[in-house]
Ligand binder design. Structure first.
Ligand code: ZN
Length: 316
C-alpha cells in the first residue's frame, strides 16, 4: 500500500508534510539509550528540523543541511552552533526522501534517532500511518549540470552526473575480507515505489571483530542481532540470516539516499558510489554546493513541462 495522500494544492510536484503527528520509541544504535521520537507536521518552507526536547538551556533546534553535518563516523550526525546534535539520521532521512517529505519537525529526547530494526522499514510504516499532505507550494529540485566527484584517494569515491529525470544510483562495495559480502553492485532509479519496495528493508551491518573497538570509541553500544547484520568472518551470525543476498549493497544505497537528502529536496542526476560512506557523500554535497556552475535549482513542474515541450518539438 502506498500512503494515502491528501491534496491541498494544484501543483503536481509540491512540498509535502505529514497529516498527523506520530510517536515511536526505540534505542540509539551507538548510545544504547532509549529514545522517544515524534514526527510532526510542519508548514511550507520549514524544511527538515530536529528538536532535542531533553535540552532546554540551549538552542535545541537542528535544521538538516549538508553544512550542519558535524560527524560522519559510522553515521550522519547534524548539529547546531550551540553544539547540540542528533546522530544516526540517515535511515529516517532515506524514508523522508522516499516519500518526498520536505517539511517535518522531528522531536526526540536523546542525541540519536532510534535505530529500530536497522533498516528504514519502521520509518516507512510510521510515515504511512501518519499520512501525507501535499502542500500548496511548488517542489524545487537540485538539477546537476556537470560532473562533480569526491575521491578519498584510498579507493572510495562518489560522483554526481547530470541526468534528465529523477535520481538514479549505482553503488559498488567490495569487502574481500568476508566472502558473505564480497563484491556487490546495485542500481536503482528512485521513486516512492522503488524506495519502499526495493531499498527500505535493508539493514545496517557490522563486523563481529570490530565490535570491541567500536564500543571502546563509545559507538555501537545499542547494536544487537535485532538491529544489525553481524558478519563473523565469512558468515552472517544472525539466526534469521539475510533478507536478500545483496542486502549489504542495498543498505549502502539506502544510506546514500538518506545522505543525499541532506539538501532537503530531490536531486535530478545520477549518483555513483564506490566503496563510499557517509563522509564521502557529505563531502560531495559540500563540493557540489560550493560550485554554482555545477547545479541549478528548478521548479519541478516547470522543469517537467519543459522536458515535455522538448520531446514534442523533437518528434514534430
Ligand atoms: Zn546505514
Amino acid at each position: 500500500m502506498i500512503a494515502e495522500i491528501k491534496t491541498l494544492t494544484a501543483y503536481k510536484n509540491c512540498e509535502k508534510t505529514l497529516q498527523n503527528a506520530i510517536p515511536c520509541v526505540g534505542i540509539g544504535l551507538h548510545s544504547g539509550q532509549k529514545v522517544h521520537m515524534t514526527l510532526k507536521p510542519a508548514g511550507i518552507g520549514h524544511g527538515i528540523v530536529f528538536k532535542r526536547t531533553d535540552i532546554t538551556d540551549k538552542d535545541n533546534l537542528i535544521p538538516v543541511s549538508h553544512d550542519t553535518v558535524v560527524d560522519t563516523r559510522m553515521c550522519s550526525c547534524v548539529g547546531n552552533a550551540d553544539g547540540v546534535s542528533v546522530g544516526t539520521i540517515e535511515h529516517l532521512m532515506g524514508a523522508l526522501s522516499g516519500f518526498g517529505i520536505t517539511n517535518i519537525l522531528i522531536e526526540l529526547d536523546s542525541a540519536e534517532v532510534p535505530v529500530m530494526d536497522g533498516s528504514a522499514l519502521d520509518y516507512v510504516t510510521l510515515i504511512e500511518c501518519a499520512g501525507i499532505i501535499k502542500q500548496d507550494a511548488p517542489l524545487k529540485a537540485v538539477k546537476i549540470l556537470k560532473e562533480v566527484t569526491f575521491d578519498d584517494n584510498k579507493g572510495a569515491s562518489v560522483c554526481l552526473y547530470p541526468a534528465q529525470k529523477n535520481l538514479s544510483i549505482d553503488f559498488m562495495i567490495d569487502f574481500s575480507k568476508s566472502k558473505v559480502i564480497g563484491r556487490q553492485e546495485y542500481s536503482i532509479t528512485l521513486s516512492e515505489r522503488t524506495f519502499k519496495d526495493a531499498i527500505s528493508y535493508a539493514r545496517t551491518f557490522g563486523f563481529l571483530q570490530e565490535v570491541e573497538a567500536l564500543r571502546a570509541m563509545g559507538l555501537a553500544k545499542g547494536g544487537s542481532f535485532d538491529n544489525v547484520i553481524v558478519v563473523d568472518g565469512d558468515k552472517v551470525a544472525n539466526k534469521e540470516g539475510l533478507r536478500s543476498e545483496n542486502e549489504f549493497v542495498v543498505h549502502k544505497t539506502l544510506d546514500a539516499v538518506g545522505d543525499l537528502y541532506q539538501l532537503g529536496m530531490p536531486i535530478i542526476g545520477h549518483f555513483a558510489g564506490v566503496k563510499s560512506g557517509h563522509a564521502h557523500t557529505n563531502q560531495l554535497l559540500r563540493k557540489l554546493m560550493a560550485d554554482k556552475s555545477a547545479y541549478t535549482i528548478v521548479n519541478l513542474d516547470d522543469y517537467e513541462e519543459s522536458l515535455c515541450q522538448t520531446s514534442i518539438r523533437q518528434s514534430a
